[in-house]
Design a protein around this ligand. Structure first.
Ligand code: FES
Length: 569
């Protein structure tokens, strides 16, 4: 313990200040019932809690916080829990993504402004994990992530249901009259059976697993189901470990290195993770001055097999992934593709943590010898329709559409798409390419998950189950289909997507990573020259700040003034 005492704690700048204010800070905090010695040389651990009844995925985090506190006290620290804004994916308008950067600012400034020596980050629902990692990266005070875990698998009659993915599929049956009102009502009551985030490999599961792959959680933490007692046990262990991390000065910048981000991208590919991971990882890396160009995702995708047989790209759910050995088992399978010497929050390396991990179900986590796909889930496209890139989740797409050429049916915005998509005389065939504009970071605004354009009713009734769809939106990680997303630059700032007209031919060539508008170059130039941007959505407040400072998708959609100076450029 002698070494502990030699290290000056950040919190002591508040509590040992030899002025009136040192006294006042101790005295006022003692109004919460603490003894005199509590703030005398013990690490003060903030517990950043995104609990909210407006965010069902995180609604159990108060209990998780109590477990963290037990661990902090037991290790000789002082836990102080504080609320953060919480981003409920399904409730917030126009999209929770509009507020990811606001939450990241909340986390960063809450850590920086308060007498904290370390912070435990409680997250779960989609945007809460990247927001907390972004804020913690900028503050760079020792931090550990404790996600709330996935909800239990949905169960309806004899079917297992994955929140999000199966809901969308069943809704198409309901739209076309193949499910009754009564059945639809039963499904509503049985698809989301507990607290916790969505139980497929959507954005929440992807980002919590990538927090683990980055080294920011204890090993095996991400996939423990929310109601499982082991969720609380690992929360307690995380609280204990946090105190040790303070003494070791183990900061996010020592864990989230360029090599750790390479690991996270490889794990994302092996998981068949959400396309949203691309935006979030670029943003988190940007906070540390680490350049993570889209080309890195494609380079790593080409060499990394897709192994996790989880919906929406596979068959199983997160409970099955946990049972099969979860992320350590998957990482062990690709350990030769990872940087095994990366340091993690438990003070050990990736190789130490996962080298002995076992897999208990080879159908859920496939061996290298029998991958679900030889390449990773997400591919990065270029071409004249997406000069700064676009993403496609090839493992959730229809193989027959990965090389496709067809005429565009262009919608100027989501309102037009919604008004027309079920029209019986919509001019579509299965070869049509549905294009939707003005759904990007500035155009929508906030970069919503509108990219999963529903199939036209007239084609659904013919049994068509997929079409090529293109937009500058994002898509829920729980969605599926041949859907090109994040087209950059977006249409609202004059990207080529803005000048696509109905009838233009569009060509997707996934093996060559090309997305082309098959229109003569001089005609494209002529149309771009007369492009008029739409009026801004906000003229005041946070919305205005967002519109004035948000970066495009390929830069992670962070605010330009929050990115750090690049270290590895
Ligand atoms: Fe929160 Fe799906 S709605 S993770």
């Amino acid at each position: 313990m002698a070494a502990h005492n030699e290290r000056k704690l950040r919190s002591q700048e508040w509590f040992r200040e030899p002025t009136y204010y040192g006294f006042a800070r101790r005295a006022w905090l003692r109004s919460e019932g603490f003894n005199r010695d509590v703030f005398d040389g013990k690490p003060v651990i903030g517990i950043a809690n995104s609990w909210s009844e407006l965010n069902n995925c995180n609604a159990h985090l108060r209990q998780v916080a109590e477990a963290v506190k037990r661990g902090v006290w037991a290790a000789g620290g002082v836990p102080l829990e504080f609320p953060t804004i919480s981003l409920g994916e399904l409730l917030m308008r126009p999209t929770a993504m509009l507020f990811r950067n606001l939450m990241a600012m909340d986390i960063e400034e809450s850590i920086r402004a308060n007498p904290l020596d370390g912070v435990v980050l409680l997250c779960g629902c989609d945007k809460t994990t990247p927001a907390m990692l972004m804020g913690a990266a900028s503050a760079d005070v020792p931090a550990i992530v404790v996600p709330g875990g996935p909800m239990l698998s949905g169960q309806w009659r004899d079917r297992q249901l994955g929140a999000g993915t199966d809901g969308r599929k069943l809704f198409d049956l309901f739209r076309t009259g193949l499910l009754s009102e009564e059945e639809w009502c039963e499904i509503e009551g049985s698809i989301a059976r507990s607290a916790g985030h969505c139980t497929v490999m959507g954005t929440a599961s992807t980002m919590t697993n990538l927090a683990e792959a980055l080294g920011m959680t204890l090993p095996g933490c991400a996939a423990i189901p929310a109601p499982d007692s082991r969720r609380l046990a690992i929360a307690e262990s995380s609280g204990r470990r946090m105190v040790e991390m303070v003494w070791e000065d183990l900061r996010p910048s020592r864990v989230m290195t360029p090599a750790a981000f390479e690991n996270a991208v490889a794990v994302d590919m092996a998981l068949g993770g959400s396309t949203n991971a691309v935006v979030h990882l670029v943003a988190i890396a940007g906070r540390l001055g680490i350049g993570l160009p889209l080309s890195e995702f494609d380079r790593i995708s080409r060499r990394t097999p897709f192994l996790a047989n989880i919906k929406p790209s596979g068959e199983f759910l997160m409970e099955d992934f946990f049972r099969a050995g979860s992320l350590p088992a998957l990482m062990r399978e690709i350990l030769d593709l990872l940087n095994g010497d990366c340091l993690t929050v438990n003070g050990r390396t990736v190789a130490d943590n996962v080298g002995g991990a076992e897999c208990w179900d080879r159908e859920v986590i496939r061996p290298r010898s029998a991958p679900l796909h030889p390449e990773g889930g997400t591919v990065i496209l270029g071409g004249n329709l997406a000069p700064d890139g676009a993403v496609l989740k090839q493992t959730a797409a229809s193989p027959r559409l990965l090389e496709h050429r067809g005429p565009a049916l262009a919608f100027e915005n989501i309102q037009e798409m919604r008004a027309r998509i079920d029209s019986p005389d919509l001019p579509v065939t299965p070869a049509t390419v549905l294009v939707m504009k003005n759904c990007g970071p500035k155009g929508a605004p906030g970069f919503p998950e509108w990219g999963h354009i529903p199939l036209p009713k007239v084609l659904l009734e013919q049994g068509v189950d997929d079409m090529l769809r293109i937009s500058d939106a994002r898509m829920s990680g729980t969605s599926f289909g041949t859907v090109v997303l994040h087209v950059a630059p977006e249409s609202a700032v004059g990207g080529p997507l803005a000048i696509v007209e109905t009838g233009d031919e569009i060509a997707l060539d996934t093996p060559r990573r090309r997305l082309e508008l098959v229109v003569p170059a001089d005609e494209i130039e002529r149309r771009l020259a007369v492009f008029v941007p739409p009026p801004p959505h906000y003229d005041r407040g946070y919305g205005r700040l967002f519109l004035e400072h948000v970066n495009q998708a390929h830069l992670g959609c962070d605010f330009d003034f929050l990115r750090a100076v690049k270290k590895n450029a």
